[in-house]
Write a protein that binds this ligand. Structure first.
Ligand SMILES: [Zn+2]
Length: 137
C-alpha cells in the first residue's frame, strides 16, 4: 500500500502540543482525515484519529465515560468492562480512546509517520497557517 498524498493543516498554537492535522490518501483510493501531528518530549509523532469510548448504563442507557463506576445519570453501578487479553489497554488514556483507523504493522506505521512528518516540515517551511481548519474540512 502506497501513500499517494499528504495534506497538512498547520495549527497556529506555539504553546500547544498539537502542531497540525494531516489528511492522508492511500493508493489514490482511500482517505484518512484528522491524523494529528503532536510534539512530544522526544520529538514529533503522529496520532491516529480516535474516538472516546462510551459505556451505556444498563438501566437508563446514559452514555458514561468508559471505566466509570457509577452512572452519571441514575447512579446505579456499572458493570466492569473486560477486555480480551490481546486488547488489554496499558493505560487509562488508551482505554478511553480507540483509534478509528490505524496501521497494524510496525513498518507501515513508521512509513506513515515519516511521510506525514516530512510533509509537515515542508509545510512548516512554507510558513502558511490555516487557522480556519476544522473537522469538516
Ligand atoms: Zn443510568
Amino acid at each position: 500500500m502506497e501513500i499517494t498524498e499528504v495534506k497538512i493543516f498547520l495549527k497556529d498554537s506555539p504553546d500547544k502540543k498539537l502542531k497540525a492535522y494531516a489528511t492522508v490518501t492511500f493508493d489514490n483510493a482511500f482517505v484518512v482525515r484528522n491524523i494529528k501531528v503532536i510534539e512530544g518530549s522526544s520529538g514529533l509523532f503522529i496520532a491516529m484519529p480516535s474516538r472516546k469510548v462510551k459505556q451505556p448504563c444498563p438501566k437508563c442507557n446514559f452514555k458514561n465515560e468508559s471505566r466509570s463506576k457509577y452512572c452519571n445519570q441514575c447512579g446505579s453501578s456499572l458493570p466492569v468492562v473486560s477486555y480480551p487479553m490481546s486488547q488489554e489497554p496499558t493505560s487509562a488514556a488508551q482505554a478511553e480512546h480507540k483509534d478509528i483507523a490505524h496501521p497494524i504493522t510496525q513498518s507501515f506505521r513508521e512509513y506513515l509517520q515519516k511521510r506525514v512528518l516530512d510533509a509537515y516540515s515542508q509545510e512548516k517551511a512554507k510558513g502558511t497557517v490555516d487557522p480556519g481548519h476544522s473537522d469538516l474540512v
